[in-house]
Ligand binder design. Sequence first.
Ligand SMILES: [Zn+2]
Length: 256
Amino acid sequence: LRVREFIMKDLYSFDADEAALEKSYERMAQAYRNIYARLGLPALMVEADSGAIGGKASHEFMVITGNGEDEVIYCPHCDYAANAERAQSAKAAATNGAGTELPLAEIATPGCHTIEEVAEFVGVPASQTLKAVFYSAAGEFVFAVIRGDLEVNETKLRNALKGTELRLATEDEVTGAGMVAGFASPVGLVGIRVIADDSVTLGSNFIVGANKAGFHLMNANYPRDFQADLIADIALARPGHGCPRCGKELCSARGI
Ligand SMILES: [Zn+2]
């Protein structure tokens, strides 16, 4: 439903300070709301990713419809709504919370390549594991680490990397960086850029790969056992997660 060509409209305000800018922004938003109301379109103003243009705040208007190409994450209990690319969610602390840090220990996990397999084999929820996802960011190998119950949001990761070109690393690149796929570990990395989701700080004694086929490590703790070049929110907000404003459950809808 996205058209190939469209008319771009720019509008600038010249304000003396931030408070006046907020006022101008709100007046413009209201003008758009009025236009959609007169057109009879039930449009929702949602927080959006600023993309290549940059800037700190951006909104877009979306019409909720089943065949929309975009996903909106919204809260039915308050007015929070955001494009899925940008949406945040309140991350629950892992069940093991901020427990006493136990000593790192190796555990045999034969044939456990996925988070689900490892969690089931060890008998812990996915939120007690850490997942590794590999990217190539403008040619540089990047190790993204996130709690096992969450997924990486590539738009957020790209923004955390200052908008650099980003794609999943190929199998050759993963092996070339010395990683054992399925058993890769943030522990003991040297010379590799690590971006960690802030969820790694919401728990303790995680299960992580041992970077050795058939083995994982128990009781990995940040920052005791591994470090990150950057900690940021790089997680995908999903329906069922907590609303970042009111904490109640988020929902999802398609929109144009
Ligand atoms: Zn809410």
